[in-house]
Design a protein around this ligand. Sequence first.
Ligand code: HEM
Length: 196
Amino acid sequence: MLSARLKEETKAAHQSLEKAMVVYIRKVQTEEQYVRLLQLFYGFYRPLEERIARYVDDSIMPEFNSRAKTGRLLNDMDNGAADDNILAVDLPVIESLAAALGAMYVLEGSTLGGEYIAKMLASQSGIKDSRLSFFNSYGNKRMEMWAGFIETINSYGNDSNISRQVVDSASQTFLKFKSWLIAFYTPVEAAVLPFR
Ligand code: HEM
């Protein structure tokens, strides 16, 4: 099954991203820091979702439109706090349906970890449910939405060439998101003066 292969072949990349991300999530104590965390996701997800939408629609992926995460991020940032000048440029290359599905695997899978992140943010920083729509994502429909996604992914798994492209794109997406995370939280002075 392509889904099992995706999980297996991106396991290390997921662990590495999760480990790096938990550090920053734990630091979120204030509203301002929460909005910054959302901007981290917005900066990567928004341009990536635009690229994915060139290849995927409702006829390919059930409930494609309601899976979009950019709108949820905007809702949670409140009052138009999103900054369109802070967007990732080094994104996975999406030039086929297979590559789009691989990147989407990473975005959809993040709803599974989102459940834990939402709980952390609610308890440590007191963020209200109405501002956690991105991390809470589909709420009690989470596993149903994940099952629908996986079913579609597996329907593309018979072609080894396509499977390879889906897995490569998912791996690339994990790696690039982690690079974006590091760059996003690295103070400019430290980046310019590494030996200070
Ligand atoms: C603190 C951060 C995170 C935590 C604690 C976390 C935790 C989890 C957990 C508990 C699962 C379910 C594992 C299972 O049922 O086998 C999961 C799955 C997944 N997560 Fe994360 N995650 C985090 C961040 C992320 C991020 C940022 C992404 C992507 C942008 C991501 C992508 C995925 C994917 C693709 C899966 C599905 C794996 C599969 O194929 O079953 N995760 N995560």
